[in-house]
Structure formats: C-alpha cells, structure tokens
Design a protein around this ligand. Structure first.
Ligand code: ATP
Length: 262
C-alpha cells in the first residue's frame, strides 16, 4: 500500500487522481512534460504510446512512487494503491512461497487476502515457490497482492505482457469484473491496442513524455497523432462504459524537492 502525502485541501471534484502539468526531469532529459491526467472512480484509464514514451514513469508518478518537479498532483485523502509492476525480481536464492509473498504484502486483513486470492484465481498456487511460477501465474499472484490492499486505485504496468492472446483477454475481463466488484479506478499500461480499445473508458496516448492525444477509445482512434503513431486500427470489439459519482475532496501531493535528478 502506498499512502501518498496528505494535506486536507479540498479539490475540484471527486476524482481519485488529478494531475496537472506534471513535469519530471532526469538530468538533462525531460521524461514528462506538462502532463494532465484525471482518474475517476470505476474508470479504466489506459496509457498507450511507443517504447520509451514515459508511460511507466507517468504511472509511477501518479501513484507516488516517483516525485515530480513541476505541476500539481491531487489524490483522494487516504488513497490506497495496489500496484502490479512491469518487472518483479525474484531472488532464486531466497525461496518464497506465494502464500508468504502475499502475507508480506503488508495487509493485516486476512479476510481481504483470502478474498484477493480467490478473486485472482491463485488459491491453487499458494504453496508454490514464487520463482517457479510461470509468467501468467506470477501476474495473477501480483494482482492478488495488489487486491489484498483493498485499493482505491489499481495500477497495472503492462499486466498482459508476455501472455498469450487468450490469457490477455481473460486478464482484461477479470480486471473489468474486479473493477465492478471492488469499485476501484484502474490505471493500466498496455501495448495491445485492440484490447485497450475494447476495455478502456479513457485512453491517454503519450509520445516523448507529452500527451499527444486523449479521450474515449473511439475518438482517440480517429486522432491524427494517434494514427501517426499506431496506424489504422480495426473496430474495437466492445467498449465498457462506466458511471461514477463525483464525491468532493482530493489531497495534493507536493512536488518533491528531493527528487532524483541525475
Ligand atoms: N532514472 C532514469 N534516468 C534517466 N532516464 C530514465 C530514467 N528512467 C526512465 N528513463 C527514460 O525515460 C524514458 C521513459 O521511460 P518509461 O519506462 O517511462 O517508458 P515507457 O513508455 O514505459 O516504455 P516501455 O513501453 O518501453 O516500457 C525512457 O527513454 C527511459 O530510458
């Protein structure tokens, strides 16, 4: 669970995350420039863009794992984030069962953990060593770990990478289903554009650290910059609409003065 810095400042509307003009540099390089992002309850927001566009950096910034230099980031007070990273290093010299990994995740709520295990469909893996899991199994275990934190925001960095097509589709349907059950907002990075268009409420397309276009999947696909990046894409198979309430108050996460800059 990542708890973002809290300050009791009211914010415009009931978004989970509200980022404005977020800018992040590393040395001379600008990794993010003037990025605006809002994430509402129960919304699936997908970040797309070519390799190196800044998607992981933006996702990590939005959930408080990276500082930023300029801009404004507001979060709902007490926001809990479940994060499934793109890479998860498993130390082969330190055997660890799935059960142990999940209990180390920090959640003291064993009911939530059991529920997460069931929801992610990993009950049969609990006694298995983490280092022996297949790529697809590890994704689901990491998903269970994220769910056990009862997140308000589920952040997934390329959760479908390396999965076969059926596994990708079923993972996305599972995320949709869990979003409906848990009511969290989802921030997800994906390179599978068909899946993105079928399963997202909002798409933000990044290029060189900037937002080049954004909107609902159907409209983003028509955007010239999107087409320039990705070419023509066939029609999405389904679009899942969402509804969310706008409860008030967000909390600002201040730019960090100690942000690594070199
Ligand atoms: N700590 C760092 N210092 C310098 N450059 C960095 C640092 N972290 C990331 N970068 C660079 O920032 C750019 C954006 O990286 P990021 O991982 O956010 O891209 P991405 O869009 O997620 O890419 P991919 O699709 O390949 O995963 C890349 O060019 C990367 O090399």
């Amino acid at each position: 669970m990542f708890r973002l810095k809290k300050r009791a400042t009211p914010a415009p509307d009931g978004l989970l995350l509200h980022g404005r003009q977020l800018t992040l540099r590393r040395g001379q390089r600008v990794l993010l420039r003037d990025v605006d992002v809002d994430l509402a309850e129960r919304e699936v927001l997908t970040l797309v863009g070519p390799n190196g566009a800044g998607k992981s950096t933006l996702l990590r910034t939005l959930i408080g794992l990276e500082g930023y230099h300029q801009g404004l980031l507001l979060t709902r007070p007490g926001l809990r984030v479940g994060y499934v990273p793109q890479q998860f290093a498993v130390d082969r010299n330190l055997p660890l069962t799935v059960d142990r990994l999940l209990s180390l995740a920090g959640g003291r709520d064993s009911f939530a953990r059991r529920q997460a295990v069931e929801d992610a469909g990993v009950g049969h893996l609990l006694r298995q060593a983490v280092q022996d899991l297949s790529g697809g199994e590890l994704r689901r275990v990491l998903l269970a770990r994220a769910l056990s934190r009862k997140p308000h925001v589920l952040a997934l960095d390329e959760p479908a990478a390396g999965l076969d097509h059926n596994s990708q589709t079923s993972l996305y349907s599972l995320i949709q289903h869990l979003r409906d059950r848990y009511g969290f907002g989802v921030l997800v990075i994906s390179h599978d554009l068909h899946l993105v268009m079928a399963a997202s409420d909002q798409v933000v397309c990044l290029g060189h650290g900037r937002v080049c276009c954004r909107g609902e999947p159907a409209s983003v696909q028509e955007h010239p910059e999107y087409r320039a990046l990705f070419g023509e894409l066939g029609p999405a198979t389904a679009v899942f609409p969402h509804a969310h309430s706008h409860a008030p108050v967000l909390t600002p996460v201040k730019p960090r003065s100690n942000v690594h800059n070199g």
